[in-house]
Write a protein that binds this ligand. Structure first.
Ligand SMILES: [Zn+2]
Length: 211
């Protein structure tokens, strides 16, 4: 069977490229036509792909994993690969978070952590499964995110590509729990350790929130 990813994953990669490549200053904007030739994120190709994937997300479509890998490879060749991948992770987490009902999002912010944490954990698990093809489980004081088939593995030197998943997890936890605990990349397929795994200190998150 063909491996697929939710269309939001490739969309997040493209949105990050466009965002990073969009000129900030007025001065730079004057040269936008000239920049268009140099910067992938401003190209018509990226623009039309963003349109295509946005439509796919709207229709809840999944897309071939290989297409997402090809995009990640393109990003991996850039000197700012890590920054783009981290931006993509944050984009993905925010969009995934917005699929949680407004009532639940509001409740998570006001409920005592004893009640909100199990709910936040279930949401994290569901969103990670849907958007990252990842599994989330609790082991003692930790929350573990495991990605068996990483889209960004080996797209850039070392474990640079893995920054995408780390950034997604960090942002998801920030949005759902309200703060960022430490997130460690404890196992990496790039080092021949089977799959990539990240560990967030769930107890630490709790303490930070209740203080
Ligand atoms: Zn890794």
């Amino acid at each position: 069977m063909l491996a697929t990813v939710d269309a939001l994953l490739p969309l997040s990669l493209l949105e990050a490229v466009r965002d990073v490549d969009t000129p900030e200053g007025v001065l730079e904007a004057e040269f936008v036509d000239e920049l268009r030739n140099k910067r992938l994120g401003l190209s018509d190709t990226v623009y039309s792909q963003i349109k295509r994937y946005t439509e796919a997300v709207r229709r809840n479509h999944r897309t071939p994993q290989d297409d997402a890998v090809a995009l990640a490879r393109l990003i991996g060749r850039r000197p700012d690969a890590e920054a783009v991948l981290r931006a993509a992770g944050r984009f993905l987490a925010r969009e995934a978070y917005m699929t949680v009902s407004p009532v639940t999002r509001g409740a998570l912010k006001v409920m005592p952590s004893m009640i909100s944490k199990p709910i936040a954990f279930r949401k994290t698990r569901r969103l990670a499964q849907r958007y990252l093809n990842a599994t989330v489980r609790r082991v003692g004081q930790y929350v573990l995110l495991e990605v068996p088939r990483s889209v960004t593995l080996g797209v850039a030197p070392g474990s640079t590509g893995c920054a995408f998943y780390e950034s997604t997890l960090r942002e998801l936890l920030r949005l759902l729990i309200g703060t960022t605990g430490s997130v460690e990349h404890t196992r990496c397929a790039g080092r021949g350790e089977g799959s990539c795994e990240w560990r967030a200190d769930w107890r630490g998150i709790d303490r930070a929130r209740t203080v």
